[in-house]
Write a protein that binds this ligand. Structure first.
Ligand SMILES: [Zn+2]
Length: 640
């Protein structure tokens, strides 16, 4: 029922009561007050906002996701090389059994290729047969020892010259076999492994790439020093006095090669390797999410406990006053400036209670004040927990971290605590559906997750990048329970170089930004409290400036809208038919909209899109919004 209908129904009901009661004057006054209250409340609760993207039912999500053929998390993470030759077209990925770097590459390329939704096969180096090239147009060699390919090396050379597209996924060990590829790779001579301390983009091929140089934290010898022929197009090189070429493209005969000489094969850098892959051939299309969401953990919540000494130092007011007078005003201003709709995650009580009856927090002023401000600014409220105890049972090993955390004795206790926080928020924000869950301290167990599936929660937003105890996720729909995973990539108000690389990488791989802050960053020295709020706030502003300057096309979403966008991204199947004039796309499981990236590698630009629209997001990179399941992208005529 729409809000208007609801209001109308209440008005009708009140009007009916009044007639039956016969107390006309009192009734009329009461009626008017009711109408005014409803209108005021309606005004407080909602600003004007376009209809939200909606999620399909859990059952539908499970059905659609189960029909998709992708590698499971376990298959991606174990140390075996899958042998798949079912697709028989598209890309062929070659990996090397028992070789540490190749296994790291497996963990990058299997998810990337799955997520790009383009057919591909996988085999082990010893199983590679030149015959396989006949049905594939792209070959990714993610191996260290090229001698394992034996005589097949010369077949690969011939295949590239005849129109094949070869990617070298990471710098291998020097061998005679590898050197036989040098002429097609454009390598004049090769030297030793060398340090890569930073990234410098020579070309504007990735969103946010040329905006700055990116420092590699914990740098090591992750590239090899090489001299290239003049006809190599270098897209990325290392910083420093003697830069290494890190990503280059070269055309040879009818085909193309891409060399990825940047050997840091970690999730935070995945978008860089994926972007290198899209430089193969003349053009490439891959689906993206197109969404940016900001989460405020522990908000609203009781006044955070912590050391307010820096607040006293800088403002000389109480912690509580700081949040209402300074912090929220600043956060609100930021939201206004960039049109951000925050998702705040409620904590009802900072207690350590994990069993018994969960007491209602009756001190609701702060919740109402901040909650309504959040909603009025267009934001959304989700659940962080009754308290800040992660949903883990006594079988969970905290590995001596989080000394103050108490484990839950049983799943029934977790269930009761969630019931309490849902009842509590249901009373305070009765028109809000709380569908997003952020696990406290990013810790969550399978048992905890199972309990969450019994609640209105549709989306879990834990973390994207792996850290020891954290519950790590991909942007996807879970076939098991229909929950949509919308992990948060970056965090805090001290945004280091690692986070900046991860942010840039993800703008290109998924066109997504997910950042979270804690109101108590300003109380916690580990999160930069000593710098003072003004500096921390400045950092946050700088990050947002960087984001929206480099990626103005990204759309702002709340947590549940992002989940709906992830649903469309993860469940779509894209069929591409490339030709000389452009590409025709068919999007299966299309639901109102889909977004794809279109990369052109021959310097040609898009002239029109039928069934959608386009925006240029970097040189040769276009964001395409598909408004229909069939889309035609045409390129401008090639310059003669
Ligand atoms: Zn928290």
């Amino acid at each position: 029922m729409s809000r208007l209908k609801r209001i109308r129904k209440r008005i009708q009901r009140d009007f009916f009561d009044f007639r039956m009661g016969g107390m006309y004057i009192l009734g009329m006054a009461f009626f008017l007050i009711t109408v005014v209250l409803i209108l005021v409340q309606a005004n407080v609760r909602y600003s004007i906002r376009p209809e939200r993207l909606s999620m399909a039912s859990k059952g539908e999500l499970i059905r659609q996701k189960s029909s998709m053929d992708c590698f499971t998390k376990e298959e991606i993470e174990d140390d075996t090389i899958p042998n798949r030759f079912t697709e028989g077209n598209g890309t062929l990925l070659v990996l090397e059994d028992g070789e540490a770097t190749s296994l790291k590459a497996k963990k990058i390329y299997l998810p990337v290729l799955d997520q790009m939704k383009d057919p591909y096969d996988v085999c082990e180096a010893y199983d590679f047969e030149p015959e396989m090239l006949k049905t594939h147009d792209k070959l990714i060699l993610a191996i260290t020892n090229y001698r394992k390919l034996g005589e097949s090396i010369s077949d690969i050379r011939d295949w590239v010259k005849e129109g094949g597209n070869l990617m070298i996924a990471y710098p291998p060990i020097y061998s005679g076999s590898f050197a036989t590829l040098f002429d097609i790779l454009g390598i004049k001579s090769s030297g030793n492994a060398a340090m890569v301390e930073g990234l410098h983009f020579n070309k504007n091929f990735m969103i946010g790439g040329i905006s700055r140089d990116y420092e590699i934290i914990d740098a090591y010898e992750s590239g090899i020093s090489l001299a290239l022929t003049e006809d190599c197009d270098v897209y990325l090189q290392s910083t420093g006095e003697y830069p290494l070429p890190l990503i280059w493209r070269r055309e040879t005969g009818e085909g193309s090669i891409v060399f990825d000489n940047f050997g840091v094969l970690e999730k935070a850098y995945r978008g860089i390797h994926a972007s290198a892959f899209t430089l193969l051939d003349d053009a490439y299309v891959y689906p993206v999410i197109n969404g940016s969401a900001f989460y405020i953990d522990d908000f609203p919540s009781p006044v955070p406990e912590g050391d307010g000494k820096y607040i006293t130092r800088d403002y000389n007011i109480s912690i509580s006053d700081f949040y209402s007078q300074i912090w929220w005003n600043d956060m609100y201003e930021l939201a206004q400036k960039y049109d951000i709709d925050y998702t705040g995650l409620v904590i009802e009580d900072y207690s350590a209670q994990v069993k018994g009856k969960f007491k209602r927090n009756t001190d609701v002023n702060r919740f109402q004040y901040f909650g309504n401000m959040l909603l009025r600014s267009g934001g959304e409220i989700g659940i962080h927990g009754y308290n800040h105890m992660p949903l883990v049972l006594e079988n969970f090993d905290y590995q001596d971290q989080y000394d103050s955390y108490v484990q839950w004795p049983g799943t029934e206790d977790m269930r009761n605590s969630l019931k309490e926080v849902f009842d509590f928020t249901g009373e305070l924000f009765d028109q809000e559906e709380l569908q997003v869950y952020v696990p406290p301290s990013n810790v969550l167990s399978e048992e905890g997750r199972n309990i969450l599936t019994e609640t209105p929660i549709r989306s879990i937003a834990s973390v994207y990048l792996p850290t020891d105890l954290a519950y790590e996720q991909e942007f996807d729909v879970s076939a098991k329970d229909g929950i949509i995973n919308t992990p948060r990539i970056t965090s805090g108000t001290v945004i280091d170089e690692y986070m900046m690389i991860a942010a840039m990488s993800e703008l290109n791989l998924h066109m997504v930004n997910t950042h979270f802050v804690h109101p108590d960053d300003v109380l916690d020295e580990d999160r930069g409290a000593a710098l003072g709020w003004e500096k921390l706030y400045g950092n946050l502003k700088d990050y947002l400036d960087w984001l929206y300057t480099n990626c103005p096309s990204i759309r702002n979403l709340t947590g549940s809208e992002l989940a709906a966008a992830v649903q469309r991204y993860d469940l779509c199947k894209v069929t591409r038919e490339y030709d000389k004039e452009g590409v025709s796309l068919t999007v299966d499981n299309f639901d109102k909209e889909a977004y794809v990236m279109y990369r052109t590698n021959k310097g040609r630009s898009v002239s029109r899109v039928q069934g959608g629209s386009y925006k240029s997001v970097a040189d040769g990179l276009y964001l395409i919004k598909c408004d229909a399941p069939r889309v035609r992208i045409d390129l401008k005529q090639e310059q003669k």
